[in-house]
Design a protein around this ligand. Sequence first.
Ligand code: C2E
Ligand code: MG
Ligand code: MG
Length: 389
Amino acid sequence: MIETKIQLKDLVAALKNSEFVYYYQPKVSMVTGELSGAEALIRWKKPDGTIIPPCEFIPLAESSGFINEITLSMFQQLIVDMSIIHDLNDSLVISFNASAKDFVNNKLTEVIRNSITNKLIVPDRLEVELTETAILKTKGVEVYLRQLENIGVHIAMDDFGTGFSSIDMLSQLPFSCVKIDQGVVSRMEDSDKDFSIVESSIRMVHDLDLTVVAEGIETERTYKILVDMGCSVGQGYWMSRPLPLHEFINLVVLKRQWPTSTRGLLCMAQLDHMKWRKAIIDGASFLISRKGKNTALRGAPELDSSACRLGKWYYGQGRKFSGTKHYDALEEPHRCLYQAGMELLEYAKSGASKKELILYMRKVSEQSIIVINLLHELEKELFLIDDFD
Ligand code: C2E
Ligand code: MG
Ligand code: MG
């Protein structure tokens, strides 16, 4: 049978007949092993049951401008689907793909804002996925993205690692999440370069305090590598293919659990700690050079031990390890380390001499060594209870 080329009139008719549906692909928290949300992916379901994937019609929808009608209409469907999903688990974050063209005027932003005002959706359970290349080509997107950020909607940079100026874009637009492209992720097992690119991307996104999602996880081995790298969220066929709503709902009800390991998180915690220690020492040196003048520190290090990344993990997800020897032993030295850091900065600010400050620097170093050693010991202790063989 000769396939006929899809034309704009076919898309118009399909939308009119409600033939576009969303499939939901689960996203898994690599920290807890639980379902953390899903990505809504459009499918064209023809009356005879044939399913047409987005790559066959989204490009035409984009080039013709009809994508705006599709997005606005699909958003109404998303609201209904989200209410069904959230009745079962209201912590799940549901993302949908928008075209940058959906942000050349305020229509989509207003529809989202109204649905929040009318309490149809909770803003921080909604995420918009956009590709950086699409944004780069489209003027004016920033204003509407900032409006969404202000009302609490998350914005994800999709397909990170495939376009241009990604790093530049990350600093300029209000992304709260970065999705590493599936191409780079799937090549990671066979290519050292791709392995390093994924590893350093995860680290960079973590340093920016954004959520990192790895797409295209097709094997348990890839999943395990990413967990060990400290990736926050994973998505891919190995966990689940995109599912029709009713099948996704079954998965939500099942409360399925995927494997986790703390090794990646603890490695991240050690790197965070080294970074923090450097920031404290650099900060003190800078303040000394200002000779007691009242100067604000740019990028000042966190001084609250419960608010730093390790602290957040310790008093959050890490609590499940309470009772293990080295987890319990970590709290006090970690608190003392922050105390020592705070004292060092205070003395540097007061215009103390370099000689006097050496004493405080030594105190920070000593506490830091205690914390690092405990993190190593904790790593070994938790290794024994990891989900992976
Ligand atoms: P995307 O947003 O990057 O979505 C991820 C794509 O990767 C999906 O393809 C998903 O099915 C596929 N995928 C997920 N896990 C794996 C895996 O482990 N291996 C492989 N090989 N693929 C995996 P899908 O659904 O065909 O969507 C393709 C693209 O179409 C999406 O890429 C997105 O850019 C676009 N798209 C999908 N739905 C919409 C929509 O509602 N609106 C717009 N504007 N674009 C959409
Ligand atoms: Mg996407
Ligand atoms: Mg993607």
